[in-house]
Write a protein that binds this ligand. Structure first.
Ligand SMILES: Cc1cc2nc3c(=O)[nH]c(=O)nc-3n(C[C@H](O)[C@H](O)[C@H](O)COP(=O)(O)OP(=O)(O)OC[C@H]3O[C@@H](n4cnc5c(N)ncnc54)[C@H](O)[C@@H]3O)c2cc1C
Length: 463
C-alpha cells in the first residue's frame, strides 16, 4: 500500500489525489489531504468570484474526489511546525505532495502603499469570499472613487464586485455582513488601470465583456488612449485572445452606428449609477495621502517602446481615490522545512520532485501554484498534478514501506491535533445552507473561525 499525504486541498491538491486514484501502477493507495482551513477547495472557495457560479460549481467535481473512500480530508491542520513539521510528515507517510498555493500578493514597491485605504486585491477578495483569516477592514468607508491597479482577471473581479449592487449579489453565497457593507457603498467611479496597452492586458475576453453587461454600471473608455497602442489600428498579428479584447474595447469606444455624429473620446453609454473607467499606459508611481489616508494615485503616462514594453514619458496624472486595490499578481510563501526559491516564489523541483540543494529529496513533491508560480486557470493544475503523480509513481517502489507504522491520523490525534474530517466539512455545508435559508437565500458562507469550527464539531464530540 502507498500512503500519501497531500498538503493543500485546492485544485492542485485535489487533482493530485484524483490522479493517484485513477492510476493502476500501484495496487492500493491511501491518501490524506491536509489543509490549514476547515474547508476544502482552496481558491475555488476563497478566490473565484462569488457571482461566477458556474466556475464555483467546479467544487462539485472536486467533492467527488475528496469523498472517495480511499481519501480522508483533514482540515484545520497547518503544516510546517511541531507535530506537522515537514520532516515529521515524511516519517508518517510514504510520500508527501505539497500543494499549498501562492498565498500572498506582490507589492508595487511605491510610496504610499501602506496608507489607510490601500489594500491588496487579495485582502479584498478574501473578505468578500468570507475567508476566516480576514475581517471587514473598513474597505469602503468614505470611498467614492476606487482605483484598481492591474488589468488581469482578478482586477476585473474586484472591479466588477465594486460595480455590482448588493441586490445583484444576494443570490451568491457572500456573507450578509459583506452584502451590508456593499449595500452602503458610495463608490461611483472605479478606475482599472494598466501600465501597458490594451493589447497587452491579461484579462480574458469573457471577463472583460461581462463588465459591459452589468445592470447598473457603464464602461468608460477613451478612444484616444486606446489608439496609443501600436496594435490598435491593425490587430491582425495579435494572438486571438488579445485581438478579441481589442474588439470588445472597440465596441465600447466607437459610437454606435445609430448615433450619427456622436462625439468620439470618453464613452458614456447610459446614466447608470456606477462607472468603470478602463485606463491604459499609466504606471503608478505614488499612492498619495492626507492624514494617513489615500486621496489619489499618481501615475506616470507611459508610451510603447520598440521592444514591446513601455517607457515613462515624464507626464503625470493623478486619479482621485479613497480606495486603492493593488492587483499585480500573487506570490508563494516559504513553508518551514521546505526549500524555497525566493526569486520565483516557488519550491525548486524537477518534474514535481522537490529539490534540496539541487538534489531530489526522496518522497517529497510539489504541484500547483507553489510548483509553477501563480499562472493559469484552474484546469492548468490538472496536467501539472499529473506530471507530479507520474514522478511519484515512478519512485513508488523505493518509497513504499514494508513495515506499516501506526495510522498517521491516530499519531496526529495523539499529538493533540483535532482535524476537521469530511463529516465535519459536511456539517459546515449544512450549517451554511441553514444560515442562507434563514436569510431567504441559498447557501451563505460562514466567515469566521469560531463559526466554522462550531459548525464542524457540532456533530463530533471526539476530544
Ligand atoms: C482571486 C482569484 C480568482 C481566481 N478566479 C479564477 C477563475 O475564475 N477561474 C479559474 O480558472 N481560475 C481562477 N483563479 C486561479 C485558480 O484559483 C488557481 O489556478 C488555483 O486555485 C491554484 O490551485 P492551488 O491548488 O495551487 O492553490 P490554492 O487554490 O491556493 O490551494 C492551496 C491550498 O493549500 C492550503 N494551504 C496553504 N498553506 C498550507 C499549510 N501550511 N498547511 C496546510 N494547508 C495549507 C490552503 O488553505 C489552500 O486550501 C483565481 C485565482 C485567484 C487568486
Amino acid at each position: 500500500m502507498l500512503q500519501v499525504a497531500i498538503v493543500g486541498s485546492g485544485p492542485s491538491g485535489v487533482y493530485t489525489a484524483q490522479s493517484l486514484l485513477q492510476q493502476d501502477r500501484v495496487p492500493e493507495v491511501r491518501i490524506d489531504v491536509l489543509d490549514r482551513l476547515p474547508c476544502p477547495y482552496g481558491l475555488v472557495r476563497y478566490g473565484v468570484a462569488p457571482d461566477h457560479e458556474k466556475i464555483k460549481s467546479l467544487q462539485n467535481n472536486l467533492r467527488t474526489v475528496l469523498a472517495d473512500d480511499r481519501v480522508r480530508f483533514l482540515g484545520g491542520l497547518d503544516v510546517g511546525s511541531g507535530p506537522l513539521a515537514t520532516e515529521r510528515l515524511r516519517e508518517l507517510y510514504d510520500a508527501v505532495v505539497y500543494c499549498v498555493g501562492a498565498a500572498t500578493d506582490r507589492r508595487l514597491g511605491i510610496p504610499g502603499e501602506e496608507l489607510a485605504g490601500s489594500y491588496s486585491a487579495t485582502e479584498f477578495v478574501s473578505w468578500y469570499s468570507a475567508h476566516p483569516d480576514t475581517s471587514e477592514n473598513g474597505f469602503l468607508s468614505g470611498a467614492r472613487s476606487a482605483v484598481v491597479i492591474g488589468v488581469g482577471n482578478v482586477a476585473v473581479d474586484v472591479a466588477r464586485i465594486l460595480a455590482r449592487g448588493a441586490d445583484e449579489l444576494r443570490v451568491t453565497d457572500m456573507p450578509q455582513s459583506a452584502l451590508d457593507v456593499l449595500a452602503r457603498s458610495q463608490v461611483r467611479d472605479i478606475h482599472m488601470v494598466g501600465r501597458r496597452g490594451p493589447s497587452q492586458a491579461k484579462f480574458s475576453t469573457k471577463e472583460l465583456r461581462e463588465l459591459g453587461s452589468l445592470p447598473d454600471a457603464e464602461v468608460v473608455v477613451d478612444l484616444a488612449e486606446l489608439a496609443l497602442d501600436p496594435a490598435w489600428a491593425d490587430p491582425a498579428s495579435l494572438p486571438g485572445a488579445n485581438r478579441r479584447n481589442l474588439e470588445v474595447l472597440r465596441g465600447w469606444a466607437d459610437p454606435a452606428p445609430q448615433e450619427p455624429g456622436a462625439a468620439r473620446g470618453p464613452t458614456r453609454r447610459t446614466g447608470r449609477t456606477r462607472r468603470i473607467h478602463l485606463r491604459f499606459f499609466l504606471r503608478p508611481v505614488e499612492i498619495v495621502g492626507a492624514a494617513g489616508r489615500v486621496t489619489a494615485v499618481r501615475f506616470e503616462r507611459t508610451a510603447p517602446d520598440d521592444q514591446g514594453q513601455v517607457r515613462g514619458t515624464g507626464q503625470y496624472e493623478d486619479l482621485d481615490a479613497q480606495l486603492v486595490l493593488r492587483s499585480v499578481g500573487y506570490r508563494g510563501l516559504p513553508l518551514e522545512g521546505l526549500p524555497f526559491d525566493a526569486a520565483r516564489g516557488t519550491v525548486p523541483h524537477q518534474a514535481g520532485r522537490v529539490l534540496r540543494d539541487g538534489v531530489v529529496s526522496p518522497g517529497e513533491y510539489v504541484a500547483g501554484w507553489i510548483k509553477r508560480g501563480p499562472t493559469g486557470v484552474i484546469g492548468t493544475n490538472r496536467p501539472c498534478a499529473k506530471e507530479t503523480v507520474n514522478s511519484l509513481l515512478e519512485d513508488a517502489p523505493g518509497l513504499v514501506r514494508q513495515e506499516r507504522g501506526e495510522d498517521p491520523l491516530r499519531v496526529l490525534r495523539a499529538a493533540g491535533l483535532r482535524p476537521v474530517e469530511w463529516s465535519g466539512w459536511q456539517a459546515i455545508e449544512r450549517a451554511e445552507a441553514e444560515l442562507g435559508a434563514g436569510q431567504g437565500r441559498g447557501s451563505v458562507k460562514i466567515p469566521d473561525w469560531d463559526g466554522l469550527l462550531q459548525a464542524a464539531r457540532g456533530t463530533d464530540d471526539r476530544p
